[in-house]
Design a protein around this ligand. Sequence first.
Ligand code: NAD
Ligand code: IPM
Ligand code: MN
Length: 347
Amino acid sequence: MAEATLAVIGGDGIGPEVTAEAVKVIEAVTGPGVFDRVDYDLGATRWQRTGEVLPDSVMAELDTADAILLGAVGAAPGATDVPSGLLERGLLLKLRFAFDHYVNLRPSKLYPGSVSPLADPGEIDFVVVREGTEGLYCGNGGVVRAGTPNEIATEVSVNTALGVERVVRDAFARAVARRGKLTLVHKHNVLVNAGGLWRRIFEQVAAEFPGVQTDYLHVDAATIFLATDPSRFDVIVTDNLFGDIITDLAAAVTGGIGLACSGNVNPEGTHPSMFEPVHGSAPDIAGRQIADPTAAILSGALLLEHLGRSAEAEEINKAVIADLADRRPGTTRRTAEVGDAIAAAVG
Ligand code: NAD
Ligand code: IPM
Ligand code: MN
């Protein structure tokens, strides 16, 4: 009998291409039959065919999985056939919110062999703990006088003391387990209400962790240091939107968006956690087998780690590091060839 259930949502664009490789590597490292895998047909095509984004019955089924692996959902930024946000809000954010994925974990590491665009990147190894269930992502706002010259559109950021404290505590614990340094990134010079709450809670929790060296950066200044001195960071904690933006930048400086993995973690295990690359559906390269599946494969390692399968996670990480070191600039492999090579190395 299988030991755990793995729900796989390939999604749109390159999502199915990269998750296929992640599944290949996961099944190679665990051996066959360890996971009872269920593939879910969700995303733009399903919506176009049936009008469904994420039916309640599917949601209930996903809730019974031990973990979820997601590719990506969403259409090209300029698309008009799928309303922008329909799948992002209706599937991805719905799952993050409903399954209480309040720790959006996004590690950034410059591996030997991956090429940073920075001339002198130094050693880069930090993790962004992005709040995953609040902030500007709540869908709190609206439009009045739509379509008139007096239209007003609002998105109100929701930050609760409980929501901020739980993610800040998680970040402090991670800092203790790493190099003992935690940076709060916000913008309390302008966002005085939300920023004030984050700052106050951060300082209160910091008093319980005297061994952790703390730091604060406004988000605009944080982008300077991410590009000029990324090795200064160990753990960063920040809100939902700032975390989204700085982790694409972090991916870029550590060798590209094709390498950046993430976990949407429910630390208490009250619902399954969900693992996915940081990147999106990349419609510009979809269907051509040219996407880099490494981010999805590394997300698979985070998934195994989360399920307590640390040795297998470590095997994947090692195989990816070796594969990256072997990559030669100017040579390209198909998406499946990258997956095959890493699967062979762990198998
Ligand atoms: P994107 O991350 O999909 O693409 C940005 C750029 O990075 C593109 O040029 C793309 O080709 C490249 N890229 C991304 N992943 C790559 C990979 N694995 N290998 C090589 N190149 C890669 O961001 P976008 O264009 O802003 O978004 C496209 C769609 O994806 C939108 O609908 C967006 O809402 C959605 N999206 C979904 C998720 C998710 O489901 N988790 C995340 C981000 C964006
Ligand atoms: C990500 C994505 C999502 C986000 C979108 C697609 C809702 O950009 O996972 O980084 O903003 O969180
Ligand atoms: Mn993003």
